[in-house]
Ligand binder design. Structure first.
Ligand code: ADP
Length: 399
């Protein structure tokens, strides 16, 4: 069975073609700069064949058409014909309270997804464009939606509510939803598989530290809290986002700097976080390099970043009445031993005996980074959201 996974962003489409029976990725790639003058299509086949095409790709439908044609190309393709594709799985950012698991996409589902656009105006429309494009090009193929928010739908009300007038929650569905749910679900389950633990009986804290970053408390197999909220700006400090911020700061700055809503939004989402503090970059590698050279603001940015994660781990251990496993994932969580060490330092009181020596050498692979006698296990698990989307799609269409 072959499943195509699509992650449609506003100007890009990432894709992976899975052979579920052989458990391999046959090809993967990306279309970038959709709608701009020179769009790019890159395809990597699993035998090492690489293609890079530069041409005009004005919209998502044409982008997907190009991807599909490349997948059946006689020189660079992986398939003989489209008939070999059994289903398409889509990453969908916001499922609001309407979706608590992955679903087969029907007209009714598309209608409900459109009702979620208000809550994710930048993300859900391109996801829907991808769904519409497949329907147009391959009308008979089943499509499945996998939502970033779904895994966190198990949060209790006292964790997801904001302390605003209740009527506003009722009127606009304003509450905390959380994101990266597919990643938190995958790495928490995978950690238990690796460690041979019963997922349904563990208290797990998953730290997804990438450009966007969030942390989740997963108790007995369910997400009970997570750091992102109605939008992905809440919680941890991120590449360019503030994370938690006193709202008073916003009012003060809007007033002093004459910011309208759009400018205020750009400030907290695009100009803040690691970039805003360091003044160097949102990319952790560059900031780490600057810190080594003695840059004080880089050092401050990293200290703030790590401290915020540490505080959330403490909070979630309190929320769950303890913690058994701490998982690190995302570009930074998987690849930055320094970040992991700084976060885990001083957690002896929680029962974590961190193994600095093992941790130092670990980049991008599954590995336990606590000592064998440690009560709390710390582990690196590279995330694989596309695999989860492919597996969910397979399960749903096999029913
Ligand atoms: P996204 O949220 O865009 O998917 P990723 O999960 O790919 O982001 O994470 C990107 C972040 O990971 C960047 O800040 C990057 O600097 C960081 N990163 C990648 N490799 C390393 C590394 N070797 N050391 C430190 N940080 C790294």
């Amino acid at each position: 069975m072959k499943i195509l996974v699509l992650n449609c962003g506003s100007s890009s489409i990432k894709y992976q073609l899975f052979d579920i029976d052989k458990k391999i990725v046959m090809a993967k790639g990306i279309v970038e700069k959709i709608g701009l003058e020179e769009s790019i299509l890159k395809n990597n086949r699993n035998d090492g064949d690489k293609v890079l095409v530069t041409e005009e790709i004005p919209n998502h439908t044409i982008g997907i058409e190009k991807i599909l044609n490349l997948l059946i190309d006689k020189d660079h393709g992986s398939l003989k014909s489209f008939d070999e594709i059994n289903a398409v799985g889509h990453r969908v950012v916001h499922g609001a309270e309407k979706f608590n698991s992955s679903v087969l996409i029907t007209d009714e589902v598309v209608k409900k997804m459109k009702e979620c656009i208000d809550l994710a105006p930048l993300h859900n429309p391109p996801n829907l464009k991808g769904i519409a494009a497949i329907k147009e090009i391959l009308p008979n193929i089943p499509q499945v939606g996998v939502f970033d928010t779904a895994f966190h739908q198990t949060m209790p009300d006292y964790a997801y509510m904001y302390a605003i007038p209740f009527e506003l929650y009722e009127k606009y569905s304003i509450r905390r939803y959380g994101f990266h749910g597919t990643s938190h679900r995958y790495v928490s389950q995978r950690a238990c598989e690796i460690l041979n633990l019963d997922f349904k009986k563990q208290k797990i804290i998953t730290c997804h530290l990438g450009n966007g970053a969030s942390i989740a408390a997963v108790k007995n197999g369910k997400s009970v809290d997570t750091s992102m909220g109605l939008t992905p700006v809440e919680g941890l400090m991120m590449g360019t986002r503030t994370g938690d911020l006193d709202l008073g700061v916003m009012f003060y700055l809007m007033n002093k700097e004459n910011l309208d809503v759009k400018a205020a939004n750009a400030l907290v989402n695009k100009k803040s976080g690691v970039l805003g503090i360091s003044g160097i970059s949102s990319d952790m590698r560059e900031v780490e390099e600057a810190e080594v050279k003695g840059n004080k603001r880089a050092k401050l940015a990293l200290s703030m970043y790590n401290y915020r994660v540490k505080k959330y781990i403490g909070a979630y251990a309190a929320a769950m009445g303890g913690v058994d496993v701490i998982v690190f994932t995302g570009g930074i969580g998987e690849n930055s031993p320094e970040t992991r060490e700084e976060i885990c330092k001083g957690f002896e009181f929680l029962g974590l005996d961190f193994d600095s020596n093992v941790n130092k050498g670990i980049r991008g692979k599954e590995m336990v980074i606590s000592k064998p006698e440690s009560k709390v296990i710390a582990i690196v698990v590279p995330t694989d959201e596309e695999l989860v989307i492919a597996q969910d799609t397979f399960e749903i269409i096999s029913k």
